[in-house]
Design a protein around this ligand. Sequence first.
Ligand code: SF4
Length: 278
Amino acid sequence: MIHPNKKLNFGSGNAKLSTAIATFSLPAGHSCPFAKECFSKSNRLTGQIIDGKHCKFRCFAASQEGLFTSVRKARWANFEMMKNAGTVEKMTRTIQAALPYNYAYVRVHVSGDFFSEKYFLAWLNVALNNPLITFYGYTKATPFIAKYKKILPRNFRFTASKGGTCDNLIGKHKLISAEVVFSVKEAEQKGLEIDHDDSHAITSEKSFALLLHGTQPAGSPAGQAWEKIKKTIGGYGEGSKRYHMATKKEPVIYITVRNGEVVYPRRKTNTPGKFSIA
Ligand code: SF4
């Protein structure tokens, strides 16, 4: 759903994301200078999809733009406004002016990417100005992440998306990454969990996988894999479930009382401890 705003267009949720997550998008491919294996774009006027020459799997976001004129228009309107803003200062103010005030999570780019360094820095400013919001997203703009690693705001979680032109920086800078797999088995063989709902992107401390989804070029390996995924697990599988902010699993009892004392577990950030309980 798109919230009309006199400035930028933000959305909330989608088929796989909770409506508790605000989303922001730019035109797929057109705003992705570091895209390679995923590179596809939809013609701004006609919606026709054009796959890049290194395209191994078609960008889902580009397919959406091909199907829905309103989606394409909203993303292009955002892109034009950002490019016209031009400076880090103006871009920061433009984003901040349209940022939905009542969301705890903002996914920066369901579609599109950091198309320039200034635009990237503008989002860092926005995150620094809004410490109560968790910003997160996938990006192939690893040169920006690497360059500004030391000043990335704690409330902006970046996942390096594999398949770009600068993947070498992922290993070099030990970035948490996500890669598209063509089957559940492939993920298992690589020892990666599959993120179906952005929960890994928001919280994971280790790299993970994304299962291929969306219309793929007919006859290509990705097209064949997608047909198989649809037949075996009905599409994006668990992706049909949206991200639930409250867990639906049996809760883990992290904190308990033993022998009259409150016991909580060892965590990275603190030492194990005990409190007396009244
Ligand atoms: S970087 Fe993302 S939005 Fe851009 S073409 Fe690749 S998958 Fe699509």
